[in-house]
Write a protein that binds this ligand. Structure first.
Ligand SMILES: Nc1ncnc2c1ncn2[C@@H]1O[C@H](COP(=O)(O)OP(=O)(O)O)[C@@H](O)[C@H]1O
Ligand SMILES: [Mg+2]
Length: 366
């Protein structure tokens, strides 16, 4: 993976306890403990986990996020545990479940039982060519208990956060002509000001030929649904939390069924993670060249697959069926290391959602 910043620095590190396996493209695939591999669709965040490889992909298609140091890791684990508790009767939390990746409990590698991971639904799993963006939401990236140094550090990273209410942390966008991905890291998002924000955001929806207007509208309606949840809840405040936006970059439609993966939900009785591959019609619009801070990831590197058929063989693709248009996008809330109980609406998060929505609406109007 050729992203940089937080997710770039360790991708080439030598991995201990590593087995190498030649994959179908003849390139080397890293197999870590218990058959886990580095998750190739991570667009932002820490590079922790086994040997600092970041988020891992389990052979059953779920992803594993290592618990961060206390209090952040345990706080995130407690949050997921609370929201997905079997005996949960809190309607607000039950409603929230649909906006989060499914939580399958915790996981420990057999060889390193001291390491603890959150086992989560892979939000990108049903997509053939997932275009992915991580957007941090809220006017403040620090929680009420942050030290002065931490607050200053967070503010200096993006002084416009207070005014804009969201920050693009990273993205990867499938380019149809070259069958490759363009990636943007956290510095791309930080470089966007009020005058360039709309254009910067619109890059996520551009496949090299045209703007995927359909994906913009579908993502708008998913974000509106999350906003409706926030408008009626007063129990929780989310700081430095993100929305993970995903849409299908592949123009192909597949309607077949094979390689149903092991279902991690069976053990935990949390419902089966869905596995679908889809496509949608895209609409025509302008195309402007962009040449700052981009990296091309070719599909020949063995990580993101070669042909669609080859990717189809990968872990976690599962059943492929044709579904409705709304299934060609996904929006989930992620990253809950700074979620706190409260007794008032989360105005900061809602401000960010509303501004993100209005910027997306502006993109559609152009
Ligand atoms: N459930 C998920 N499905 C797919 N990708 C995910 C999921 N959770 C996290 N990721 C990927 O991993 C990255 C980092 O995750 P995050 O929870 O934000 O970790 P951190 O605490 O290090 O910021 C995200 O930007 C996204 O690319
Ligand atoms: Mg994050």
């Amino acid at each position: 993976m050729s992203a940089d910043g937080q997710i770039m620095d360790s991708s080439s590190r030598t991995l201990e306890k590593l087995e190498n396996e030649n994959n179908k493209n003849g390139s080397v695939k890293q197999v870590l403990l218990d058959g886990c591999v580095p998750f190739s669709h991570q667009v932002a965040g820490h590079k922790c986990g086994i040997n600092n490889t970041g988020v891992l992909q389990h052979p059953d298609g779920t992803i594993l996020k290592q618990l961060q140091a206390p209090p952040r890791g345990p706080r995130e684990m407690n949050f997921y545990t609370q929201v997905f508790a079997k005996d949960c009767t809190d309607k607000r939390l039950l409603d929230l479940q649909q906006h989060l990746p499914k939580f399958y409990g915790t996981w420990m590698p057999r060889e390193s039982p001291h390491e603890l991971y959150l086992k989560l639904e892979d939000v990108t799993r049903r997509f053939l060519r997932p275009c992915i963006m991580d957007v941090k939401i809220g006017r403040r990236s620090y929680d009420p208990f942050a030290s002065k140094e931490k607050r200053e550090e967070q503010i200096s990273k993006y002084p416009l956060m207070e005014e804009i209410g969201f920050l693009l942390l990273g993205m990867r966008v499938y380019q149809i002509n070259s069958d490759s991905y363009i990636t943007h890291d956290q510095f791309y998002g930080r470089s966007l000001g009020k005058d360039t924000l709309k254009y910067g955001l619109s890059r996520f929806f551009h496949n090299g030929q045209e703007l995927q207007r359909h994906a913009v509208s579908l993502i708008i309606s998913k974000i509106r649904s999350i906003l409706r949840w926030f408008e009626i809840q007063t129990e929780l405040h989310f700081y430095a939390s993100s929305l993970l936006l995903v849409y299908e970059g592949s123009p192909h439609t597949i309607n077949k069924s094979k390689h149903k993966p092991a279902d991690p939900a069976t053990e935990h009785q949390q419902g089966e993670p869905q596995s679908k591959a889809l496509s949608f019609q895209s609409s025509l619009t302008h195309s402007r060249p962009y040449c700052h801070d981009i990296q091309h990831e070719r599909n020949t590197n063995g990580k993101h697959g070669g042909s669609i058929e080859e990717q189809d063989e990968e872990i976690g693709m599962g059943d492929k069926k044709q579904f409705g248009q709304e299934e060609t996008v996904e929006v989930k809330m992620i990253d809950f290391a700074h979620v706190f109980p409260s007794d008032s609406p989360d105005e900061s998060y809602m401000y960010g959602l509303r501004n993100l929505l209005s910027t997306l609406e502006q993109i559609l109007k152009d």
